[in-house]
Design a protein around this ligand. Structure first.
Ligand code: IPM
Ligand code: MN
Length: 362
């Protein structure tokens, strides 16, 4: 298969972890005879420094023309505590999501058996956890009207959702549940928010077309508790933009490190793959960042194009690294292995298992 992949390394540890994902994709190309073409472009703080714009037009066009985007991370502390900053790195990512129409963000949460001791949560609680968060990504409070009065003393952000915005992601979430364990949990705040009541109404109606899927509802405050109290109750979690952002960081605790969680952002015409972690500026250039989330994002990219064996080869190589303790210090304080070493190990262990079988058969 030929694929054009836009690479957006972004800020902080983004470039380092993205490099490891590219190494793995190159190993996949070689092992499975594909041709991937990579084109890189700036986004985020680095793009502001270069052009004044966190999402330069050229970068956006490159992404639109590509088959898929592989994203590093975004954010720089010099903007975080500057309320006067007119442009922020994050605007680059938000605009990219909007312009590419990436309305569904898929965030799988799984426990790697070898890492079960790494989570601060008890083994009996997290053992077997396997759920997927469907986070709405181009609507809600992130994109509603923002206001600040002249005195700078009153601010507001509008949370708005339309039936259409809810139904398109809801269909994808129900379909995912059908292919999994037939359970969908809508997380909202319908006891307080009008927008949440619309979510419940629309999702309930759509649920009638998926009778095999059991639908239940949780208020987000309760959901925040349930996610770490009894994560095994979840199969597919559907929620709006801000709640999904918060719940998914929380859920990363289950797996032992936020450096393990990958995501796919899907629209009708475009797709982008990125780790859920941020730019972790303190680790930048130190060769300590965990590349696994980025590498697993590449696996999700391959799955998006139905390259399931290829994705499995990456996943198995990741499992092998974890089993052998080839991990970065976030998973083992005593580890001397860096980002590059872990990336090399995983890339070197990408093999075509079908070939192995054939050899054994002979
Ligand atoms: C994420 C990030 C982004 C978000 C930031 C960087 C804008 O936290 O992808 O979860 O809030 O969506
Ligand atoms: Mn987030």
């Amino acid at each position: 298969m030929n694929l054009n992949i836009a690479l957006l390394p972004g800020d902080g540890i983004g470039p380092e972890v993205l490099n490891q994902a590219v190494k793995c994709l190159q190993a996949v190309e070689e092992t499975f005879n594909h041709t991937f073409v990579y084109k890189e472009a700036p986004v985020g703080a680095i793009a502001i420094d270069k052009t004044g714009n966190p999402l330069p037009d050229k970068t956006l066009q490159l992404c639109k023309d590509a088959d898929a985007v592989l994203f590093g991370s975004i954010g720089d502390p010099k903007y975080d505590n500057d309320p006067k900053a007119k442009v922020r790195p994050e605007q680059g990512l938000l605009k990219l999501r909007k312009e590419l129409g990436l309305y569904t963000n898929v965030r799988p949460v799984k426990v790697f058996p070898t890492l079960i001791g790494k989570s601060p949560l008890k083994e009996e609680i997290i053992s077997g956890t396997d759920f997927t968060i469907y986070r709405e990504l181009t609507g809600g409070i992130y994109f509603g009207e923002k206001k600040l009065n002249e005195e700078g003393t009153i601010a507001s952000d509008l949370c708005e959702y339309s039936e259409k915005e809810i139904s398109r992601i809801a269909h994808l979430a129900f379909k995912a549940a059908k292919n999994r364990r037939n359970k969908l949990t809508l997380v909202d705040k319908a006891n307080v928010l009008e927008s949440s009541r619309l979510w419940r109404k629309v999702v309930t109606k759509i649920g009638e077309s998926y009778p095999e899927v059991e639908l239940d509802f949780l208020f987000v405050d309760n959901a925040a508790m349930q996610v770490i109290l009894n994560p095994n109750q979840f199969d597919v979690v559907l929620t709006e933009n801000l709640f999904g952002d918060i719940i998914s960081d929380e859920a990363s605790v289950i797996g032992g490190s936020i450096g393990l969680l990958a995501s796919a952002s899907i629209g009708d015409e475009n797709a982008l793959f990125e780790p859920i972690h941020g730019s972790y500026p303190q680790a930048k250039g130190k060769d300590i960042a965990n590349p696994v989330a980025s590498i697993l994002s590449a696996a999700m990219l391959l799955e998006h194009f139905q390259l399931f064996e290829e994705a499995m080869a990456i996943r198995e190589a990741v499992d092998k690294a974890l089993q052998k303790g080839i991990v970065t210090p976030d998973l083992d304080e005593k580890s001397n292995f860096g980002t590059n070493h872990v990336g090399d190990f995983i890339a070197d262990n990408i093999v075509d298992n079908d070939d192995d079988l054939n050899i054994n058969d002979e």
